[in-house]
Design a protein around this ligand. Structure first.
Ligand code: HEC
Ligand code: HEC
Ligand code: HEC
Ligand code: HEC
Length: 370
């Protein structure tokens, strides 16, 4: 056998080996979606605004989002909670029956394993010693604010504690300010998140924290220039990357493609977008309101172990409520039989700790951009 032939056989065998290993790798490590995939047209014909569903995945998500049955409503008659109890500052208008029903429901939604003692000093229910009770009181007002002032987003479906908590004291999807990995600084400094893929933006090599500028601060989510020549438009490559990172979070949180909201021919064009994009626009403003007026001001109440590396409060984003579904709990409304959570908060400035910083401001009626 000539040397050339031997070498050829060795190369050939190696090639076959590598190809087989790659194929096995691909089938093992990627989730290939097999047909049928359902396509639903959601925009005008010809705009390519179609939504692709994998029926098997959809069925699995539906099975995972079980809605617990609500307790039967209690009578509004009888002694008021404000009279019966010592330290009721938000729910005083409820009858004792309604109040008790809500306490039991809250326990089921937030602390089913831990029970009343998760928030209460059971030797003295009026005691506010546990930080969890102070947070919970504020959460009741936050829920009333969402349902009462943000119908532009939650419509009449609304939310209860269960929407975010789903039976856990700490909701599954929360976020903190993220300073990113330590870097050497100087020329080696990279703030862009390149080569630092994170799960929460689908392992893309985009900025790891698009949430602080857009869902806590109110930076403008715009990358497309509206004029042909540069004017005072400061849109940059950096802002484009931040925007795309945020948009990937939107898609992931709702379990949808970009075309659920956009006509990808022109991302910025509202006239060609689907109505869901307007809903999302209000959602962004609602999330900013929740973070700025409820979670951030609770900073002094949360213990250090609940805070982020920078000492900031845990925060809400789209995934906190949506959890991979286009409408939380597939649009089932749990708040219908809980008028006390429908809000808006009766006395937004009720003496609830921490008083000064926490007073919620009614959100200014937002108008969708054109
Ligand atoms: C997730 C936190 C949380 C859980 C769990 C919880 N509560 Fe409460 N509870 C509160 C808050 C907050 C208040 C104060 C409400 C207000 O100020 O309007 C309160 C107030 C009360 C009061 C009034 C006490 C007083 O004299 O001021 C009673 C009674 C009570 N809860 C009973 C219960 C019972 C019984 C359970 C268990 C079935 C329970 N709670 C579970 C948060 C909780
Ligand atoms: C929009 C989402 C959302 C809704 C609705 C919501 N919560 Fe929360 N809740 C949060 C977030 C975010 C936190 C911060 C998580 C943490 O404490 O680490 C939190 C924290 C809490 C905590 C503190 C838990 C701990 O161990 O630190 C309690 C208690 C609580 N919520 C009770 C309630 C109650 C009661 C309701 C309904 C009246 C409610 N929440 C509704 C998002 C929500
Ligand atoms: C749930 C709806 C929704 C989904 C899904 C979504 N977007 Fe967006 N997108 C919006 C909204 C709302 C804005 C405008 C935000 C604002 O003005 O505050 C926006 C803005 C943008 C912009 C800026 C447009 C401009 O005016 O400069 C781009 C680019 C963009 N999205 C791309 C994407 C991409 C790429 C995806 C998929 C990865 C995506 N979007 C998924 C709702 C969505
Ligand atoms: C407090 C919980 C909560 C948060 C946080 C939240 N949403 Fe929603 N969202 C809802 C509820 C409830 C509905 C259902 C309302 C309805 O029937 O249209 C909804 C509906 C939507 C819809 C309409 C879906 C459709 O098919 O009509 C879009 C789009 C959407 N949300 C996007 C977002 C985006 C983007 C964010 C983050 C910026 C966000 N939401 C944050 C509760 C929330």
């Amino acid at each position: 056998m000539s040397d050339y032939l031997k070498q050829g056989i060795i190369y050939g065998a190696t090639l076959i080996g590598v190809t087989a290993a790659t194929l096995i790798g691909i089938t093992t490590f990627t989730k290939l979606q097999h047909p049928p995939i359902t396509s639903v047209q959601r925009g005008f014909r010809g705009t390519a605004i179609a939504q692709l569903y994998d029926p098997a995945e959809l069925a699995a998500a539906q099975a995972a989002s079980k809605v617990p049955r609500s307790l039967p409503p209690a009578s509004a008659a009888g002694v008021k909670a404000s009279v019966a109890y010592k330290n009721v500052r938000v729910l005083g208008n409820l009858s004792v029956g309604q109040f008790t029903r809500l306490m039991v429901s809250i326990t089921n939604w937030v602390a089913p394993k831990q029970g009343c003692a998760y928030c209460h000093n059971v030797a003295n229910m009026a005691d506010d010693a546990n930080y969890t009770k102070i947070v919970a009181r504020r959460m009741i007002q936050m829920t009333q604010n969402i349902n009462g002032n943000w119908q532009s987003h939650v419509q009449n479906v609304g939310v209860t504690c269960y929407t975010c908590h789903g039976g856990n004291p700490v909701p599954k999807n929360i976020w903190f300010n993220n300073p990113g990995p330590e870097s050497a600084g100087g020329l080696a400094e990279t703030q862009t998140g390149m080569a630092h893929p994170t799960e929460r933006i689908n392992y893309s090599s985009l900025p790891y924290d698009p949430f602080t500028p857009y869902l806590e601060q109110d930076h403008s989510i715009r990358v497309q220039s509206t004029t042909a020549l540069p004017t005072d438009d400061l849109s940059s490559i950096k802002e484009t990357e931040w925007t795309y990172a945020l948009m990937i979070h939107f898609s992931q949180s709702l379990g949808v493609n970009c075309t659920y909201c956009h006509n990808t021919r022109s991302f910025g064009n509202w006239a060609e977008s689907s109505p869901a994009r307007v809903n999302a626009w209000y959602g962004i403003r609602m999330v900013r309101d929740l973070n700025n007026h409820y979670l951030d001001p609770l900073n002094s109440v949360f213990p250090a172990y609940r805070k982020g590396v920078l000492g900031d409060s845990p925060k809400v984003y789209c995934a906190t409520c949506h959890q991979g579904v286009y409408k939380p709990l597939f649009g089932v409304s749990m708040v219908k039989t809980f008028p006390e959570l429908q809000g808006p908060p009766a006395s937004p400035t009720a003496a609830v700790e921490p008083p000064a910083a926490a007073a919620p401001t009614a959100p200014a009626a937002p108008t969708p951009p054109h």
